[in-house]
Design a protein around this ligand. Structure first.
Ligand code: ATP
Length: 244
């Protein structure tokens, strides 16, 4: 088997008394979509923040293509090919769609013309071509999500982490966003997806990792994981049935 694109080994992070991530290990294979699920407060976003250099872990290491990236800054990690979107989108509201995406492109090139060309390609790729000169804060929620994708993709990631990229979308928009995720995957990008809607996880993930109280509760193909009694118990009373 080829080397995983991402390896997370024995990662832990404590916030004062709270162990938010607890001796967590998992890997991501090249070309797959890995779903990460778990009840509220399970440690999903903290795990993303540890992987992307926003936080330093107390213990453990993160390897990208076999290279230890633990402790590097978010910028350095992004330059190595690992990008992410945020749970709450953070566009530069007064800038245009194209200018926002150029911010991502500038990470890889200091050349404005090259950055603009790359940003234009990404804006088209996500379906915002006709809105490239729109001011970001005027976009609908689905278009803000598209913009967030374009901005991340402009950094040319090999691995993209999506933190609840579908939150706040209606059923039709969720379908559109899933189409976009497939398209990103088909373009050769590996994805790790935090998502609360089980139907989405079932549809798009090759494998799923379940977190609970910061630790790994289960791992496997979606069907197996959804039928795992420990997983069902972790979700009981937290709306699992209504999402499933
Ligand atoms: N910067 C921080 N300082 C203190 N506690 C934090 C911090 N970030 C997260 N936590 C706590 O760590 C735990 C894990 O939070 P995290 O946001 O990683 O969970 P999550 O699984 O992403 O939750 P959700 O699904 O609600 O987004 C929570 O109890 C949270 O309150």
């Amino acid at each position: 088997m080829s080397q995983p694109i991402l390896e997370v080994n024995h990662l832990s992070k404590r916030f004062r008394g709270l162990l938010a991530v607890n001796d967590l290990s998992f890997h991501v294979n090249k070309g797959e979509i890995l779903g990460v699920i778990g009840p509220n407060g399970a440690g999903k976003s903290t795990t993303f923040n540890l992987i992307t250099g926003v936080y330093s872990p107390d213990t453990g290491e993160v390897k990208l293509n076999g290279q230890n990236i633990t402790g590097l800054s978010p910028n350095e990690i992004c330059k190595k090919g690992l990008s992410r979107t945020f749970q709450v989108t953070r566009p530069f509201g007064d800038m245009t769609v194209l200018q926002n995406v150029m911010v991502g492109a500038f990470l890889n090139t200091p050349n404005p013309r090259r950055a603009e060309q790359q940003a234009l390609e990404m804006v088209e790729f996500v379906g915002l071509g006709d809105k490239k000169h729109a001011v970001a804060r005027t976009l609908s929620i689905i278009d803000q999500r598209r913009l967030e994708f374009a901005r991340s993709l402009a950094t040319e990631p090999a691995l993209l982490l999506l933190d609840e990229a579908l939150a706040g979308l209606n059923a039709m928009e969720v379908e559109e966003a899933i189409e976009l995720i497939w398209k990103v995957k088909d373009a050769g990008v590996t994805l790790v997806v935090i998502e609360h809607v089980m139907k989405v996880i079932n549809t798009i993930s090759n494998r799923v990792v379940v977190l609970n109280f910061g630790a790994k509760l289960a791992e496997g193909v979606p069907k197996e994981v959804m039928n795992n009694s420990a997983v069902i118990e972790a979700y009981l009373g937290k709306g699992f049935a209504q999402h499933a």
